[in-house]
Design a protein around this ligand. Structure first.
Ligand SMILES: O=C(O)CCC(=O)C(=O)O
Ligand SMILES: [Fe+2]
Length: 134
């Protein structure tokens, strides 16, 4: 999945599990007691008009042990309008790749993914829900 907000700071102590998707591969992120992991979320992807990509990640929890992971989700308030910023669009001659939306609206759509899981993966809501196809 991709985190819906701005960015997420993660701390996973000694038990592995977090994997990041890159170049068609799942790459395990080694746990470390003295490292923080920062994932970019969908809001940054939209504001930057795809200059920054939200991290696709998953957790494959080892079955033999408990795993603790601490997340800090940095989000905008629900009433904030999210759309590609002028610095990443008209000021550099690029057209917006997303239409604007209220953060709360997207957050609720994403919550529905979990509370009413869809039978077909393509029916789950991602940030591409707001994509503008030119
Ligand atoms: O458990 C983790 O390390 C990651 C959790 C996560 O991806 C999330 O809460 O969005
Ligand atoms: Fe996540």
């Amino acid at each position: 999945h991709e985190d819906p907000g701005c960015f997420t700071i993660l701390y996973q102590d000694e038990v592995r599990g977090l994997e990041v998707h890159k170049d068609d591969q799942w790459i395990p992120i080694a746990p470390s007691k003295d490292k923080l992991i920062v994932n970019i979320g969908d809001v940054i992807q939209v504001l930057s008009n795809n200059k920054f990509k939200s991290t696709t990640h998953r957790v494959v929890r080892p079955s033999e042990t408990n795993r603790y992971s601490y997340s800090f989700f940095y989000n905008v308030h629900g009433d904030k309008w999210v759309e590609p910023l002028p610095q990443f669009t008209k000021e550099i001659g690029e057209s917006p790749k997303y239409r604007g939306f209220l953060f709360e609206e997207y957050h609720q759509l994403r919550f529905r993914n979990r509370s009413h899981p869809s039978a077909r993966p393509e029916d789950l809501i991602h940030i591409t829900h707001y994509s503008i196809s030119n």
